[in-house]
Design a protein around this ligand. Sequence first.
Ligand code: GLV
Ligand code: MN
Ligand code: MN
Length: 356
Amino acid sequence: MTARIDPAGTLVGRYEGTGSRALLIGSHIDSVRDAGRYDGPLGVMLGIECASALHRVGRRLPFAIEVAAFGDEEGSRFPAAMLCSRAMAGTIEARALEVAGLDEALAGWGLNRASFLSARRDPADLIGYLEAHIEQGPVLEADGLALGVVTAIAAQKRYAVTLTGIAGHAGTNSMALRKDALTAAAEAVLAVERIGRSGPPDLVATVGRMEVLPGAPNVVPGDVRFSIDVRAGTIAVRDPAAEAIYAAITEITKARGIGCDIRQLYDLPPAPCDRGMMDRLEKAMISIGQPARRLVSGAGHDAMIFAGITPMAMLFLRCRDGISHNPAESVTAEDAELAFQAMLAFIETLAEDFDG
Ligand code: GLV
Ligand code: MN
Ligand code: MN
């Protein structure tokens, strides 16, 4: 492959074919704090293995294979997420790049915000997008299956909340008079959980990060910042829950005389996978002796950004105990080999049916 870093910082390797259009195989190489080693990088490595296998036998396809290693999928570093895949898909606006720390990070790689959006690829140059990823859930393992075909990726919304009370001496501020931002936040977190639990099983709502300021044992907390992540298979389930959370936090803080600012960081619609690509992936799996179990992804993936841009498919690999976003994440070499074989078979069926 010839490798380059695109204007959004995505590392892209291209294995040329006889035609100029490309099958994009992608995933991410950023991670969450205290992550496992497979969430993201495994999908990139499987893409590289596919190109490598074709290269070893001198096989050129009627299309190129491009392997993309995206950054910022998780939204761990900046108050944003999927910046790199959104840039490549052309689904991001300049305003979304006004996030703390991004300029400095880009400058470290000789990149800048002004050219970030030029990472956009013309969909006419792509024949599709394929992503392999660990399931991050227990379904395949429970069914005794190594691989699964993703049918759709759940809709996500993420918020940044700031509650503002009055910092003060923990010994002298009587309980009745204090304006404690953390006790208000505690009620807010429980409201998020209650609303998340009150919907269908695909509805999930999480507070995963919280910062308490000034953060001293003898000071009543003056400011609390926390994240909210709300997801569901459909907007019809997700959005009323998000609105109920907003209303509950507004009410809690009002009753306590605490200031409240809730900012939406992003809104990703649900992403259906392409029917033709799913069928093709299923055929590829069956051709290597793997039953094709179909399942929905509750986790977000770069693939969701490409839905509606180019035909998109996702292959899931079983992971141990469904554990992910945790250093105990585990995938077997045997399952990774099966995923690789399925991807190669998928690529071959694309080549067979390719008509330009
Ligand atoms: C990515 O792992 C996400 O689903 O948040
Ligand atoms: Mn992840
Ligand atoms: Mn991931």
